[in-house]
Design a protein around this ligand. Structure first.
Ligand SMILES: [Mg+2]
Length: 322
């Protein structure tokens, strides 16, 4: 199908696959409903109403064997994750999701029921955040399944969206939750921090935010690069943000739990940068954990209890690693 759910005719085996695809889309349309907006599901284009402040867009692609394992994970959970990681980017900008496009390249051994389960996971996760699927594309091939979701979001009422680029030296860094060890299972059940992000934006006027997809160290560094600054993490604060899963995983890997907190990916908590100290009661209310501060020096550093500082390695999950 194309932008809004029509069968496409680009197939190596047009008869068999087009028929299969038409049947799949018929069942899919029955599950997804007629859609909202001026153009319904099943047209060449999807339509969104213009919004004040303009729409913001994000896209994220998940690949079997890289971001999930189809032999191990349920298709519904895989679909759910594919939507959740996209919504997590909406949270990073403190934006409100509006609608999603879902394009899939399904492995041709996948049954129609499994493919429907995948879309149900996408739909259900989107529904939790009022983000319907308004269109997409379904192809099949002999390679592992690939899922690409594109989300449109809008700014929250009269609040601007938040970027990675607004951090300034002296700003304080917070996390919305503990990190590390997500591979023990949380990586397949991410919760996009949309509601907390909107509260943070309304109450603390953050200078910069990012969601932790590739790892705390590297995602904090992304803020530093975009903002032209550096960051220092306090050792005690770091120990305070280590997730219990990081401790459990550390017992298996033999690495310090702190390493897992800094370098494991897929926590989908937010790094929040605020001008000066956030009020203690706001931190309590919002569940924010202090981590450190933004610095002039373009480096990532760890500050020990006695004030001595040492450089932190900047790494995490990266595609195209040499
Ligand atoms: Mg992100």
């Amino acid at each position: 199908m194309n932008a809004a759910g029509n069968p496409s005719n680009k197939k190596s085996n047009p008869d068999a696959s087009a028929k299969g695809e038409r049947e799949f889309i018929r069942r899919l349309a029955a599950e997804l409903g007629p859609g909202t907006g001026p153009v319904g599901f099943g047209n060449d284009l999807a339509a969104l109403e213009p919004v004040a402040g303009g729409l913001l867009w994000s896209t994220d692609m998940l690949m079997d064997g890289v971001d999930f394992e189809s032999g191990k994970h349920a298709w519904r959970d895989i679909g759910r994750k594919a939507m959740a990681v996209n919504l997590s980017d909406c949270a990073a900008g403190a934006t409100v999701p509006v609608a999603a496009l879902c394009a899939v390249a399904l492995n041709d051994q996948l049954s129609m029921d499994d493919a429907l389960e995948l879309f149900r996971g996408v739909r259900d996760c989107g529904a939790e955040y009022d983000c319907p699927i308004t269109g997409g594309d379904t192809n099949s091939w002999a390679q592992p399944t690939v899922i690409c979701i594109t989300v449109a979001a809008r700014p929250d009422a009269d609040r601007p969206s938040v970027t990675r680029g607004g951090a300034r030296p002296g700003d304080r860094i917070y996390l919305t939750g503990r990190v590390g060890g997500s591979l023990l299972g949380r990586h397949m059940q991410p919760t996009p921090r949309i509601l907390i992000a909107l509260d943070i934006n309304r109450q603390l006027n953050p200078r910069a935010m990012i969601d932790i997809s590739d790892g705390l160290a590297i995602d904090l560094w992304h803020i530093c690069e975009s903002s032209g600054c550096g960051a220092t993490i306090d050792e005690k604060s770091l120990d305070n943000v280590v997730h219990p899963d990081a401790e459990r995983l550390a017992r298996k890997t033999g690495k310090p739990p702190r390493e897992h907190a800094l370098y494991d990916g897929e926590d989908f908590e937010l790094i929040v940068v605020v001008a000066g100290d956030a009020p203690a009661d706001a931190c309590r209310r919002l569940g924010l954990l202090p981590l450190g501060e933004i610095t002039v020096e373009h480096k990532l550093m760890l500050r020990q209890g006695d004030g001595r500082r040492s450089p932190l390695e900047i790494r995490g999950w990266e595609h195209f690693r040499a």
